[in-house]
Design a protein around this ligand. Structure first.
Ligand code: DP6
Length: 371
């Protein structure tokens, strides 16, 4: 489908003063999206596990401009609160998101939106919240548009979720993958006919049982602000000397990973996932300007994981985002042993001993209170 296909053919009936609420999860990429073209088109395909507990919950109320004070110009406006307090720092990112989605949600132009958002994970944990935040906001806006009303059982259609992913992508690329779950693929790749650059689609093969309730324990090595924003990081791939080889590698690794996800071949799964994490960081190490996003604790944890895997033969591996925190991935059946290992050997490298236990989840959930 082309982008114009997401422009509604007619204006839908919109209910003023209606409040809708969605909770969207964060996700962790196994094959990484790193590099993009305008407008938010990925330079390579990616695939991620949708998480379960790390969520953003957002409510949006639609207010008719005529209900506002005389100062209202009648043009689109919004107010945004995060965990109960106004957050002007978030305004520019949200405003540029709105600028990109107006054509696809034309009803917005004459309304004022009251947006309230909260995260279930600690705010300054170094965990990117743009994916879950943009996914939840997109779902709210699309529900308000009434373009794809739910059925009598309050179930939304595939078309609703596809457009929500399209909108979320315009806010933050990885947000396209936070709409559904448990495994979402985004970006055209030859091995998967349904794959697309404009929306993320659910992995359409049967996952091997070992991945059911797969665990992701996020070791918070550094809870500070990101050294480099993802937007800047993606930009560095434009003139990157290794870009072409990297983009091809992502296609190849995705093909290998797809087979491993179906067969349950953990050796291949681990080697692709760890290679992807290290390649992402290698791109940052070799870009101009260059950046080191890991901390000494990140490397110590990786070494400990490798030793633990060698000594126990348990299929435990790591992945990284564009930061210092480590995501420890492992099958649910090994939870007790791995948590013991974390307590004994890894907690020492976590800031204030903090880590978050999450697992693969099934995607965004509506919390709209129906009248
Ligand atoms: C390293 O989705 O945060 O997490 O599209 O600029 O908002 P923008 O970037 P973003 O990039 C995420 C990069 C990553 C890898 C991934 O999630 O695939």
């Amino acid at each position: 489908m082309e982008a114009v296909g997401f422009i509604p053919s007619s204006q839908h009936l919109v209910q003023t003063n209606k409040t809708v609420t969605w909770a969207s999860p964060s996700n962790i990429a196994l094959v990484k999206y790193w590099g993009k073209y305008d407008p938010q088109i990925p330079a390579n395909p990616s695939i991620s596990f949708t998480l379960n507990h790390c969520n953003t919950k957002t409510s949006v109320t639609l207010v008719d401009q005529s209900m506002l004070s005389d100062k209202s110009t009648g043009a689109f406006s919004f107010e945004f609160s995060f965990e109960g307090a106004p957050k002007p720092d978030f305004h520019p990112k949200i405003a540029s998101f709105f600028a990109r989605v107006f054509d696809y949600l034309p009803f917005l132009k004459t309304y004022h939106l009251v947006i309230n958002s909260e995260n279930t994970f600690p705010h300054s944990s170094g965990i990117a919240s743009s994916a879950s935040a943009m996914a939840a906001l997109s779902l709210c806006l699309l529900e308000l548009s009434d373009e794809f009303p739910p059925n009598d059982q309050n179930v939304f259609s595939e078309a609703f979720y596809a457009k929500a992913s399209f909108l979320a992508r315009l806010g933050s690329g990885s947000a396209a993958r936070s709409i559904s779950g448990p495994l979402m693929q985004w970006g055209k790749t030859p091995g998967f006919k349904a794959s697309q650059d404009l929306v993320a689609v659910p992995f359409n093969k049967v996952l091997a049982p070992i991945f059911k309730n797969f665990q992701d324990t996020i070791l918070l090595v550094d809870k500070g602000e990101k050294v480099v924003s993802s937007t800047v990081g993606h930009g560095l791939m434009k003139d990157h000397p290794f870009a072409k080889a990297r983009f091809q590698q992502a296609h190849d690794q995705l093909a290998l990973l797809t087979e491993a996800l179906v067969s349950g071949d953990m050796e291949t799964f681990i080697s692709v996932v760890e290679s992807e994490a290290l390649t992402l960081h290698a791109m940052m190490l070799t870009s101009s300007p260059y950046f080191i996003l890991m901390k000494p604790g990140t490397l110590s944890i990786i070494e400990k994981i490798w030793n633990f895997r060698k000594n126990t033969a348990l299929p435990v591996c790591f992945t990284l985002d564009a930061g210092a925190n480590v995501h420890l991935l492992y099958p649910e059946m090994h939870k007790v042993q791995v948590l013991q290992f974390i307590e004994n050997e890894l907690v020492a490298y976590c800031q204030n001993g903090q880590y978050i236990c999450d697992q693969v989840g099934s995607g965004s959930i509506s919390h709209t209170v129906q009248p």
